[in-house]
Design a protein around this ligand. Structure first.
Ligand code: E4P
Length: 221
């Protein structure tokens, strides 16, 4: 399973990269707004390029458009994609968004269809030619729907029609989300660094390690 980091924070990206398990980055307008107090287009562009330069060969960075009409999304998508070859253009699941995904993918620009909450939205994303679809499972769970169940439905639909769109499970809130994704064979998850850390830590590992070292050190060889 691929691990993406859901952040625009360079320090977090460097930390995840040092673990050797980083397959890509996803950002969104909220995440980028956390990095800057004032909007500065030049700085933000440089920021995206810096992130791309930190990534390994097969990895990519999803950058979301902030426009919401077909024409503007295409214009912005083309501009974003020219910044760096590792950039995938993130487009929201709207009527204009679907048209923009179709146009961009027909023109060789990879897209990530974001803000997906239903199997039918995911079906449309795949039919439009999206490289990735991002179902937001945590936000569904927050409303008492079942995010993992949605992923299973999307996997089933994609299998029925042999769609090549990759499922990138998003809005990951906890380690259970990640283990459930792994059990059903999801292509990738995108999570904040604090969730990735919870995969490493276990109190029994710490207790066990402390005891091993304690036993070893109290003996005089
Ligand atoms: C995905 O691409 C989004 O950036 C993200 O996962 C949203 O997660 P949130 O629900 O924690 O904001």
């Amino acid at each position: 399973m691929k691990f993406f980091l859901d952040t625009a924070n360079i320090k977090d990206i460097k930390k995840a990269k040092s673990l050797g398990i980083l397959d890509g980055i996803t950002t969104n307008p909220t995440l980028i707004s956390k990095e800057y107090l004032v909007y500065d287009e030049k700085k933000i562009i440089k920021h995206y390029i810096n992130i791309c330069n930190l990534l390994e060969d097969e990895s990519d960075l999803s950058v979301e458009v902030i426009s919401n009409t077909y024409i503007e999304m295409i214009k912005e998508g083309k501009k974003i994609s020219k910044l760096h070859p590792k950039i995938v253009v993130k487009i929201p699941m709207t009527e204009d968004g679907i048209k923009a995904i179709k146009y961009l993918s027909n023109n060789g620009i990879k897209t990530n269809c974001t803000l997906v909450f239903s199997p039918l939205q995911a079906l449309l994303a795949a039919k439009s030619g999206a490289e990735y679809v991002s179902p937001f499972i945590g936000r569904l769970d927050d409303l008492s729907y079942n995010g993992i169940f949605l992923l299973k439905e999307i996997m089933n639909i994609y299998k029925n029609y042999n769609f090549k769109t990759k499922i990138l499970a998003a809005s990951i809130r906890n380690p259970i989300h990640i283990s459930e994704c792994a059990k059903i064979g999801i292509y990738a998850v995108t999570a904040p660094i604090k969730v990735i850390r919870t995969l490493i830590e276990n109190p029994l590992t710490k207790i066990g390690l402390d005891k091993f070292l304690n036993d070893y050190n109290k003996k005089k060889y």
